[in-house]
Design a protein around this ligand. Structure first.
Ligand code: BES
Ligand code: MN
Ligand code: ZN
Length: 498
């Protein structure tokens, strides 16, 4: 990542410099340790609060520069509202980090509320939110403002009651944060840098965490008969790739859980070319694949007690003399033939082969695929929820719950025989669009379903609205959001670890 925050935990004592962040409720009440830290500035805080009409409401704050009586350069008083209503410490950490200017290169958060110190889990959550919020992607900015330059060296200390316990609790979270930031980096990279072979090369770093990484080139995929995937990439100067990542932290021989990502490094639409407006966003059409890589990194780094496989199909969809045409018929690895109606409906073609391959080779406990698949899901759900399609109620319910816990929310959409009929082809077994725009996200899901064995619990997450350019929130200001890493890590942690 290009801009990371150095994070540490320390005791509940007063720092001599930098920014000091403390919390109060909507009665301007502080915890006992905080009161002691503020000490001589207590009266100043009261007066400043009065003239600023700061009452400690959730999300509000009071910013005092060089407060008389304290050594620090800044005292930021953050309101939490009613203590009983505060539950999400990840969000709180992100929100407060967002209140500090980047120039505030050194900060201390006092992890205490009016009713006492945060426990180790809560303090670690606070730290997690702050780190997620502080991420910026500025690798390609050669002229930095002073503000940014200092931002590079930000450090944050979370002052806690029990330093060792907070460090322990933070360990697993750090693995997940690193996975999220890795995914964001991949999504933010431009497509001239991050083409299929380069994406595949970058997955090599997962080996350091103990993940087995295999890269399949065009020849290897031809051998497997992955002509649906290969057809999408055949117009590109960059050869297609598939990467298979395996983490074995579970019982030996136990079936793995499987995650599959759409990795269209750039989607021009191909011969069915897209309009120019916002086409640059299509560098993010590999957000599903980025999530799978970040997730595998997270699971391995925190030594999750699960067997997991991650597979990504990496292609570039370009118009060219050798590009696939509308009307072409390709034979997928499954043996089913596909009529290409629109070359811009390419993600499902990539997934068809990778999902099939994953099931044949790994016989997984479940499969979840992630894809920036359709504009239609954005029309349906906007940028708040990802669309979820599932052939299994239990998996669907677990994903919904994990979504509520992490804030990466999913909304279940229907699958049904009537929609399936819409993708029957005149000439082949199936066609790659529904023929009209109606139910566009559903017909796309129905297409993938034709390549999924119904005995395997499967969920498809359409992340076109959440994977990039998504609504900026307390824990994310990056264009590439890294959406899904925290959701799926939580799903695994809640249900699939031995
Ligand atoms: N990658 C796009 C979907 C997309 C659009 C993601 C906007 C994020 C933002 C996908 O490959 C695509 O082009 N889908 C078409 C399908 C259509 C041709 C059936 C779409 O949604 O218009
Ligand atoms: Mn497309
Ligand atoms: Zn696409």
């Amino acid at each position: 990542m290009t801009n990371a925050v150095k994070l540490g935990f320390g005791p509940l004592s007063a720092p001599a410099k930098g920014s000091l962040v403390v919390f109060c409720d909507d009665g301007l009440k502080f915890g006992p340790a905080t009161r002691k830290l503020i000490g001589a500035a207590a009266d100043l805080v009261q007066r400043a609060a009065k003239s600023e009409r700061f009452t400690g409401k959730a999300g509000s704050s009071l910013d005092l520069i060089h407060p008389e009586g304290l050594k620090v350069a800044r005292l930021l008083v953050a309101g939490i509202g009613k203590r009983s209503e505060l539950k999400d410490f990840v969000r709180l950490g992100g929100a407060v980090m967002g209140k500090l200017p980047k120039a505030a290169s050194e900060a201390t958060f006092v992890a205490e509320l009016p009713d006492g110190p945060l426990d180790a889990q809560q303090a670690a959550d606070l730290a997690q939110g702050a780190r997620l919020r502080a991420y910026t992607f500025d690798r390609y900015k050669t002229r930095r403002t002073n503000d940014d330059a200092k931002g590079d060296k930000r450090s944050l200390t979370v002052a806690v009651a029990d330093v060792a316990a907070a460090r322990r609790a933070y360990g697993a979270r750090e693995a997940v944060i690193d996975g999220v930031l890795m995914a964001r980096d991949l999504v933010n990279e431009p497509a001239n840098v991050l083409y299929p072979a380069e994406f595949a090369r970058r997955t090599g770093v997962l080996k350091k965490a103990g993940v087995a990484v295999e890269v399949f080139d065009v020849k290897a995929m031809e051998k497997l008969g992955m002509n649906a995937l290969l057809g999408v990439g055949q117009g590109s100067a960059h050869g297609s790739r598939m990467v298979v990542m395996r983490w074995n932290g579970g019982k030996k021989g136990e079936a793995p859980v499987a995650f599959i990502g759409k990795g269209v490094c750039f989607d021009t639409g191909g011969i069915s070319i897209k309009p120019a407006a916002s086409m640059e966003d299509m560098k993010g059409d590999m957000a599903g694949a980025a999530c799978v890589v970040g997730l595998m990194q997270a699971l391995a780094a925190r030594k999750a007690r699960v067997n997991a496989v991650g597979l990504v199909g990496l292609v570039e969809n370009m118009p060219d003399g050798n590009a696939q045409r509308p009307g072409d018929i390709v034979k997928s690895m499954s043996g089913q033939t596909i009529e290409i109606i629109n070359t811009d409906a390419e993600g499902r073609l990539v997934l068809a082969d990778v999902v099939w391959y994953a099931a044949q080779r790994f016989k997984p406990k479940f499969m979840i695929d992630l894809a920036t698949l359709t504009g239609a899901i954005i029309v349906a759900l906007g940028q708040e929820y990802a669309g979820m399609f599932a052939n299994n109620d239990e998996l669907s319910a677990r994903l919904t719950t994990a979504g509520e816990e992490t804030g990466e929310k999913v909304w279940r959409m229907p699958l049904a025989a009537e929609y399936d009929k819409m993708i029957d082809s005149k000439f082949a077994d199936v066609k790659n669009t529904g023929g009209s725009r109606w139910g566009g996200a559903i017909t796309a899901a129905q297409f993938i379903k034709r390549f999924v064995d119904d005995k395997i619990p499967w969920a498809h997450l359409d992340i076109a609205g959440t994977g990039f350019d998504s609504r900026q929130n307390d824990v994310n200001r990056s264009w590439g959001s890294g959406w899904g890493v925290r959701l799926l890590d939580r799903l695994v942690a809640d249900h699939y670890e031995r």
